[in-house]
Design a protein around this ligand. Sequence first.
Ligand SMILES: C[S@@+](CC[C@H](N)C(=O)[O-])C[C@H]1O[C@@H](n2cnc3c(N)ncnc32)[C@H](O)[C@@H]1O
Length: 262
Amino acid sequence: MKGNKHIERDENATKIFNDRNLAQNYRNLTQILQPGITVLDIGCGTGSISRDIANNIGPNGKVIGIDNTESFIKSGQESYQSVSNLELIAVDLFDYNPDIKFDLIVSARTLQWLSNPKEALIKMKSLLKPNGQISILDYDHSNLIWNPLPPESMQEFYSTFLKWRADAGMNNKIAEDLPQLLQEAGFHSIEKINSDEVYNEGDADFKSKIGIWSKVAGSKQMVEEGYLEEELRLKAIEEYNNWIETSALSMTMKLNEVRGKL
Ligand SMILES: C[S@@+](CC[C@H](N)C(=O)[O-])C[C@H]1O[C@@H](n2cnc3c(N)ncnc32)[C@H](O)[C@@H]1O
């Protein structure tokens, strides 16, 4: 059974994922969506972007979203049960062996969490049809831009977050390394498309979008693993929330969409 802290973490993440959509959070993908294709969305979270892809490709197409966090899949199955060409499955990418192959495999903000992204790309390759295409959307966390800089406490929290990720084998600038990784995994016709997300004061969802870092700091994991004092974590949340209310002008999250063909 999952502990309370996991439930809390999953509920926070569920809200973040449900707020995402294709138009704002995977905006260039529509260029390669065609009516009637079969799409696999890996690490789909609650499936809100998968739902938009399903609606875009129409009733003759099919989207399967997979995620290895069961609560995200359960939430999506409830929310999007009326979308008849969308299926959400709780399974790990490395254990997923479907009977069908896909025209297009997409994966947004997922390889950033893996210590073996090349193996994941090789696994994805095995799930594509001949002539199939892959599209990976991911972050360069090492180049996040805040304007103005947030309080020292949040800057320290963020640099600790990057160190914690790096120590766990995650690539903080995977967005920049994806073209090379796709090439090494055997893809060709590789394209890199800038997909930065820029949030400006005055945007309707500005505070909730830039508030992502208070939500990340809401997790006690780095404290429990000895990376951070609890006092600094709480200070970072409080001072960052105050900065959002009083000083924040913009935040840019650096992302690339990288495509490749078989
Ligand atoms: C940051 S979320 C991205 C959700 C969604 N794609 C989006 O862009 O909003 C990354 C997701 O990848 C899932 N994930 C991580 N490793 C996975 C694996 N090996 N197989 C399947 N899903 C995985 C996590 O459970 C999480 O939901």
